[in-house]
Ligand binder design. Structure first.
Ligand code: ARG
Length: 460
């Protein structure tokens, strides 16, 4: 029968299967560092408030440091019998320093302890993720700078719509990831709340100095309600929501990478280092990285459904169901990090086929709106101009040509307002230059946007 730290009121040992079933050590062992950090702060605070003697605090802290080293050197054997990381650390501490270890858990419960550990962990990871996302933004901006004036078709409904700058398209992703960073920064404020001192749920009879613990651990505030402190997982739900949106952005980008690298588009070539071959078709070069990122988005969305469903019917305060929050959270952190890193690297290894891109703008009547705008510039109301341009498209389609290939007499048969200057007006680079409305794709606008972004990111 294994000696449980909570075994006092039990007369029978835990069923073997239940022991494995109940244990979370395989998952929460990664919180060892946060757990020890939290315990050291708790002990320092207790010594300051004379809840435990200073000398005992010193012994416990030294012991905890030793336990940390032991874990880092794989010197501790994890087992289901000790359930979770908290019990493992307390047990290992006991082996280091003897009975003094039993004072560590004064005025504390695993309920506030786990809430603290996850918050310490997630604050660190959120900072790392914000930096990684900013790193990817840099890759986007560098590519935009390098190909500032490259023109490609812009799409709606995946049909060629109007020419845009490739750099403008990239900068759309810059904006998306900017919002992701803002969301994580905002959510950080709510992760940054120190729950220790809530104990099981009601607070504790010991004169804990929660402000001091909060200061020691570098939190912005201590939680205001002990019941909320141990039952709140909003910050986990929020974090996974934001991660889901960021993954959706990567997934949409992946979809474009996959399309653009197909022979149908041939807009880009992804370097061999970021693609793989087929075991049967020798000619194949597959965009696996983009496909995997698109696929892994499904996992993260699954994690979001998991945490939301987990929480939706829980009465206050702590329930063991909440032990299941860590797998979706850790998986989300790991997945978002690796996807961001791999994308950042891949982006330095993509070749752009600018001739193919601009060529694609020459077919499919991408200048039809501009023909209407031309007529408006000659005094025709837009609705009428739209209709004439539509007739021009229908006519050209019938003749198997593009608008630029129509003779001036053909144009004039549709409207007398059309002069020879129409040809210059519907040229691709003129169409780009005229899109000067703020946020539009004109050369000047995009140059300014890229410059501004480079400044925000500290790039030159
Ligand atoms: N392993 C638990 C979790 O992850 C720690 C808290 C357990 N609390 C308890 N009263 N059993 O949620």
């Amino acid at each position: 029968m294994s000696e449980k730290l909570w075994g006092g009121r039990f007369s029978r040992s835990t069923d073997e299967l239940v022991e494995t079933f109940n244990a979370s050590i395989d998952v929460d062992r990664r919180l060892y560092d946060s757990d020890i950090e939290g315990s050291i702060a708790h002990v320092k605070m207790m010594a300051k408030e004379s809840i435990i003697p200073e000398t005992d605090a010193g012994t416990i802290i030294k012991g905890l440091e030793k336990v940390r080293k032991k874990i880092e050197n794989n010197g501790i054997q994890f087992s289901a019998g000790l359930e979770d990381i908290h019990m493992h650390i307390e047990d290992a501490l006991g082996k280091e320093i003897g009975d003094v270890a039993k004072k560590l858990h004064t005025g504390r419960s695993r309920n506030d302890q786990i809430a603290l550990d996850v918050r310490i962990y997630l604050k660190k990871e959120t900072r790392i993720i914000i930096d990684l996302l900013a790193g990817f933004q840099k890759a986007l901006v560098r590519m935009a700078q390098k190909h500032l004036d490259v023109i490609m078709p812009g799409y709606t409904h995946l049909q060629r719509a109007q020419p845009v700058l490739f750099s403008h398209h990239l900068m759309a992703y810059y904006e998306m990831f900017k919002r992701d960073i803002q969301r994580f920064e905002d959510c950080f404020k709510r992760i940054d709340v120190m729950p220790l001192g809530a104990a099981a749920l009601a607070g504790t009879t010991y004169p804990l100095n929660r402000e001091f613990t909060k200061e020691l651990l570098g939190f912005s505030k201590a939680s205001d309600n002990s019941i909320d402190a141990v039952s709140d997982r909003d910050f986990v739900m929020e974090f996974i929501s934001h991660a889901s949106i960021a993954m959706i952005h990567f997934s949409r980008l992946s979809e474009e990478m996959i399309l653009w690298s197909s022979s149908e588009f041939s807009f880009i070539t992804i370097s061999d280092a970021f693609t793989t071959g087929s075991s049967i078709m020798p000619q194949k070069k597959n965009p696996d990285v983009a496909e995997l990122v698109r696929g892994k988005t499904g996992r993260v969305l699954g994690n979001l459904v998991c945490i939301l469903t987990l929480m939706k019917s829980l009465p206050l305060a702590y329930n063991k169901d909440m032990q299941e929050d860590k797998e979706p959270l850790f998986d989300t952190v790991d997945t978002l990090k690796i996807c961001t890193e791999v994308y950042t690297r891949m982006f330095g290894n993509i070749e752009i086929h600018k001739d193919r891109m601009v060529d694609a703008c020459r077919h499919g009547f991408l200048n039809a709106t501009d023909l209407a705008d031309y007529l408006v510039s000659k005094g025709m109301p837009f609705r009428k101009a739209h209709s004439i341009a539509g007739q021009a498209v229908a006519y050209a389609l019938g003749k198997g040509k593009e608008l630029n290939d129509m003779g001036i007499e053909e144009f004039k048969s549709l409207s007398e307002l059309i002069q020879k200057d129409v040809y210059g007006f519907i040229e691709i680079d003129k169409m780009i230059s005229r899109r000067i409305s703020y946020g539009g794709t004109s050369f000047d606008n995009v140059k300014q946007a890229v410059l501004k972004a480079a400044g925000e990111l500290g790039l030159q």
